[in-house]
Design a protein around this ligand. Structure first.
Ligand SMILES: NC(=O)c1ccc[n+]([C@@H]2O[C@H](COP(=O)([O-])OP(=O)(O)OC[C@H]3O[C@@H](n4cnc5c(N)ncnc54)[C@H](O)[C@@H]3O)[C@@H](O)[C@H]2O)c1
Ligand SMILES: O=P(O)(O)OC[C@H](O)CO
Length: 343
C-alpha cells in the first residue's frame, strides 16, 4: 500500500485524505493543531471542520511534518494560503526527488502576488519543481467527504504528471479532468472567492437571483481579463476551475467566502465577520492581492475593486452595489462588437 501525505487537516485536507484512503492509500494527515490530531486518531472524527464524517482507519493524523512525509510517494499541500510558504520551506529538505507534490490551496500570496504553485517552486529545491501540480475545481469538502459526485481538474505543464494525478484521485464519485494551463486553473480557483464574497454580500443585503447572476457573469468577465493579462488561456475559465468553481462558490450553502460576505451584507464589519468564522475564507486576502495586481496590469476589475473597498476601506455595501450599477455605459462583450462590421 503506497503512502500519501496530506499537509493541512482542515475541511479540504480531511476530505482529500478520505479520497486517497478510499483509493487505497495509507494516508498521513498533518495538522498543527494537537487537539485536532488527537481527535482524528482517537475518535475518527474532525468535528470542527468536517462534522458528521467518519475518518477511515487508513488515515493517521500527526503534528510531525517529517513523520508525515517520510516515504510518501505523494504530498498534497492544503493549508491556508498564508501558511503555504512556511510549509514549503519546511518541506524542502524532507522530500525525495520523485515525490509528487500537489497544491490544493486556492489563493494568491500577498506582496509577491505568487500563485500557490509558484510559492512551492520558490521554496522547494529545484529538482522537485517538475513534480509540482495543482488540483482545483468546484469541490466543497462537505460534499466530497460524503461521496457526492464531484468533478475537478489536475493541472500541470507535464501531461504525464497531470494524468498521474488523474489516476491517483479518480473514483466513481470523484471525476478528474486534466489541463495544461496551470496559470488559468490556479487563478480561476483563487479569484472566484472574491466574487463569492460579493455574492454573499448581495444575499446579505436581501438582493435576489438576478443580482447573483449578474455578479457571476460580470465577475467571470473580470476573472478572465485579469487571468489573460497574467498569462492564462481564456478557454480555461469556461471550465471547472473557472465558471464551475465560480458558480458553486457563489451559490453554495457550504461556501465560507459567501458566508463571510453574507455577514458583511447584514452589517457586520470585516473583523466581526472573520471572528465568527472557524475556517478560512481565502477571498479576503485574495481581494487585496487581486486589486493590487489589476492595478499593476492596468486591468479593469470593477467588482473586485468594490469588494476590496467594502472589505478594507469601510465602504458601505449598498454604495458599492450602486456604484457598480451606475458605471458608464458599456458593450457587453467587446470582442463581439469588434467582430461585427459597421455596427
Ligand atoms: N473547504 C473546501 O471545501 C475547499 C475546497 C477546495 C479548496 N479549498 C482550499 O483549501 C485550502 C485549505 O482550506 P480548508 O477548507 O481545508 O481550510 P480550513 O480552515 O478548513 O482548515 C485549515 C487547516 O489548516 C491547518 N493549518 C494551518 N497552518 C498549518 C500548517 N502550517 N501545517 C499544517 N496545517 C496547518 C489548520 O490547523 C486547519 O486545520 C484553502 O486555500 C481553500 O480555499 C477548500
Ligand atoms: O468554502 P469556500 O468558499 O472556501 O469554497 C471552497 C471551494 O473552493 C469550492 O470549490
Amino acid at each position: 500500500m503506497d503512502k500519501a501525505a496530506v499537509i493541512g487537516g482542515g475541511s479540504w485536507g480531511s476530505a482529500i485524505a478520505i479520497l486517497l484512503a478510499n483509493n487505497g492509500y495509507r494516508v498521513s494527515l498533518r495538522d498543527i493543531s494537537k487537539e485536532q490530531v488527537t481527535e482524528i486518531n482517537d475518535k475518527r472524527t474532525n468535528s470542527n471542520y468536517l462534522p458528521e464524517v467518519k475518518i477511515p482507519e487508513a488515515i493517521t493524523a500527526t503534528t510531525d511534518l517529517k513523520e508525515a512525509v517520510k516515504k510518501a510517494k505523494l504530498v498534497v499541500v492544503v493549508v491556508p494560503s498564508d501558511a503555504i510558504r512556511k510549509v514549503a520551506e519546511e518541506l524542502s529538505g524532507l522530500l525525495a526527488v520523485d515525490t509528487v507534490i500537489i497544491s490544493a490551496t486556492k489563493g494568491i500570496e500577498e506582496d509577491s502576488y505568487y500563485r500557490m504553485s509558484e510559492v512551492l517552486e520558490d521554496e522547494l529545491r529545484s529538482e522537485l519543481h517538475d513534480n509540482i501540480a495543482v488540483l482545483s475545481g468546484p469541490s466543497h469538502a462537505e460534499e466530497v467527504s460524503k461521496e457526492l459526485p464531484t468533478t475537478v481538474v489536475a493541472a500541470s505543464s507535464s501531461r504525464l504528471l497531470a494524468e498521474q494525478i488523474q489516476n491517483i484521485f479518480m473514483s466513481d464519485t470523484f471525476r478528474v479532468y486534466t489541463n495544461p494551463d496551470v496559470v488559468g486553473v490556479e487563478l480561476g480557483g483563487a479569484l472566484k472567492n472574491i466574487i463569492a464574497i460579493a455574492a454573499g454580500i448581495t444575499d446579505g443585503l436581501g438582493y435576489g437571483d438576478n443580482t447573483k447572476a449578474a455578479l457571476i457573469t460580470r465577475g467571470m468577465a473580470e476573472i478572465k481579463r485579469l487571468g489573460v493579462a497574467l498569462g492564462a488561456d481564456p478557454m480555461t475559465f469556461a471550465g471547472l476551475s473557472g465558471i464551475g468553481d465560480l458558480v458553486v462558490t457563489c451559490a453554495s450553502e457550504h461556501s465560507r467566502n459567501r458566508r463571510l460576505g453574507f455577514k458583511i451584507g447584514q452589517g457586520k464589519s470585516l473583523d466581526q465577520a472573520l471572528d465568527e468564522m472557524k475556517m478560512v475564507a481565502e477571498g479576503v486576502r485574495t481581494a487585496k492581492a487581486a486589486y493590487q495586481l489589476a492595478g499593476r496590469e492596468g486591468v479593469e476589475v470593477p467588482i473586485i475593486k468594490q469588494a476590496y473597498q467594502v472589505l478594507f476601506e469601510d465602504k458601505s455595501p449598498c454604495k458599492a452595489v450602486n456604484e457598480l450599477m451606475m458605471r458608464g455605459k458599456k458593450h457587453e462583450i467587446e470582442e463581439v462588437v469588434q467582430n461585427k462590421d459597421n455596427w
